[in-house]
Design a protein around this ligand. Structure first.
Ligand code: 3ON
Ligand code: FE
Length: 487
């Protein structure tokens, strides 16, 4: 149904906390099977592979991790072929995953608060962080890559999902060098990605890759101050980064009292900096790097960006503040009512005047946007995003919202009260004429049956409900990002 924004101040809670918590149970088993419990019909034209990554383990042999973002990457793959669907999941066998599996205990510190057992003394002056490859998975240039923003990618076997080693792109990437988990694929056939090397000043590296998976350009930019930049956006001529107003105090980390991520603090009185870097081999190549300012806040993800004459429009998910991952808190006890929601904002940058205007697009709490792949970096009309069931307030993601940016019309499909939504992916129908012709696919955790479903919606009409719901034999812990490849 099409929901109008509501003005009610209090709405009934759409979920219960115990249901939500159960989606954070580890999945230790690796499966390989044809999905045979299906409601509805998988469209025969839907051919290809949905790839998902996210923390598969939330504990190491019973020792709980402090935060899901510290969990070892587990790939889930759903292959659609001739109206059938096959499931396989496998852990990325990083050095840390294998070592901890063997030891049966936590051996590494995590970025988001996980510490080795034994208190601060056991952690002091240990600067080694576990590389967990848990954030995204892409298939590009015939390579299947598991990504995590603080280190190099892991290369996986596209059929068996076995871990083959690290990927260095013929030596263009050096050992330990980062390659972010948020590449953008320019519809012109280039994959653009970045890396952050933080410090008192931060180096931003931009990579462009061709369809053979080779890095064809690599450029570095130094910006003043510490950066925590998780995502970026591209247009035809620019890469755009939002430097969140944060500072980093390394002392508690060095002393073993807190993890690196816990030493990052949002500076509410400092502006966000928008860094606009011209792309290599673009019309803007000779232009200088520009840095503009806008209001404080915290951004993990952007939806998209595009140029309109001398303006750049950027749509992003903004938080008033970064939810703290403090040492003595438990993420399972998250109080959604007191945390700031992520909301969609539009930033309008006037390049000649160096002015930024911003505007709230929707109040609903949401995260994990997706759009038609042909509109990345180009003007676009539709976005799809995981969202809260209720139009106001903060709550877990339970629904998918479609936003028509031209008419402000919204459509909602909700899995509440017992379903919890993962990142949706828009998949265009082949030879589609309209921007919303295709499907939106997501994993939904069903607390009633403690299992996950793959749901398929018709992107042009959510009111039909799901066109197919595929019941897995087990749950998949709440994940992060993924992608779709027609292969
Ligand atoms: O900033 C410096 C550079 C850097 C790259 C220092 C640093 C150590 C913090 C760092 C490392 C950053 C890392 C490893 C970030 C990893 C992030 C991650 C695994 C996930 C982020 C997810 C973001 C969101 C918004 C997820 C939302 C999820 C839901 C709403 C529901 O489950
Ligand atoms: Fe992300």
């Amino acid at each position: 149904q099409i929901l109008e924004p509501q003005n009610q101040q209090t709405l009934a809670k759409s979920y219960n906390q115990e249901d939500w918590q159960k989606g954070y149970e580890s999945l230790k088993q690796e499966y390989d099977y044809w999905i045979d419990e299906i409601e509805g019909v998988i469209p025969a034209e839907l051919q290809g592979t949905l790839l998902r990554n996210g923390p598969g383990l939330l504990d190491i042999n019973g020792q709980r991790l402090h935060h899901p973002f510290d969990g070892d990457g587990m790939i889930s793959r759903i292959t659609f072929t001739n109206g059938r669907a096959h499931f396989r999941n496998k852990f990325v066998e990083t050095e840390g995953y294998l070592a901890e599996k063997k030891a049966g205990k936590i051996l590494y510190r995590g970025v988001f608060g996980t510490q080795k057992p034994g208190g601060w003394l056991a952690n002091a002056f240990d600067f080694k962080i576990k590389h967990i490859a848990n954030t995204n998975v892409i298939y590009w240039g015939k390579k299947l890559l598991a990504l995590w923003e603080a280190a190099e990618p892991y290369l996986l076997h596209p059929h068996t999902l076995e871990t083959l080693g690290n990927e260095y792109f013929n030596g263009v990437l050096s050992p330990g060098e980062a390659f972010s988990a948020h590449p953008r694929i320019d519809p012109n056939g280039k994959l653009v990605n970045f890396a952050i090397k933080p410090g008192l000043s931060t180096t931003i590296t931009i990579f462009e890759l061709n369809t053979n998976g080779e890095i064809i350009s690599k450029q570095n930019h130094s910006v003043p101050g510490f950066c925590f930049i998780h995502d970026f956006v591209i247009t035809e001529n620019y890469c755009i980064f939002f430097q969140n107003p944060v500072n980093f105090n390394p002392i508690p980390f060095a002393l073993g009292m807190a993890s690196a991520g816990q030493c990052i603090q949002v500076q509410k009185n400092q502006p966000t900096k928008i860094i606009i870097i011209p792309r290599k081999d673009s019309k803007a190549e000779k232009e200088e790097v520009r840095t503009l300012e806008t209001q404080a806040g915290f951004i993990f993800h952007h939806v998209n960006a595009f140029e309109v004459e001398t303006e750049i429009i950027i749509d992003s998910i903004c938080y008033e503040s970064l939810p703290e991952v403090e040492p003595n808190t438990d993420y399972l006890q998250t109080n959604f009512d007191t945390n700031a929601p992520g909301q969609i904002w539009r930033f309008d940058i006037n390049l000649p005047e160096k002015k930024v205007q911003s505007q709230l697009i929707d109040k609903r709490a949401c995260e994990f946007p997706t759009i038609h792949p042909n509109n990345v970096g180009r003007p676009y009309r539709y976005l799809y995003i995981a969202a809260a069931h209720n139009p106001i307030g903060n709550a877990p993601l339970q629904a998918i919202m479609k936003v028509d940016l031209a008419t402000e019309k919204r459509e909602i499909w909700s899995a509440a009260p017992r379903g919890f939504m993962g990142e949706p992916i828009f998949i265009p129908r082949s030879n589609s004429q309209q921007e919303d012709e295709g499907w939106v696919i997501a994993l939904v955790y069903d607390a009633e049956h403690h299992r996950s479903d793959v749901v398929i919606l018709d992107a042009q009409d959510f009111s039909k409900g799901v066109i197919a719901k595929l019941h897995l034999k087990h749950h998949i812990p709440y994940g992060l990002h993924g992608s779709f490849t027609p292969e």
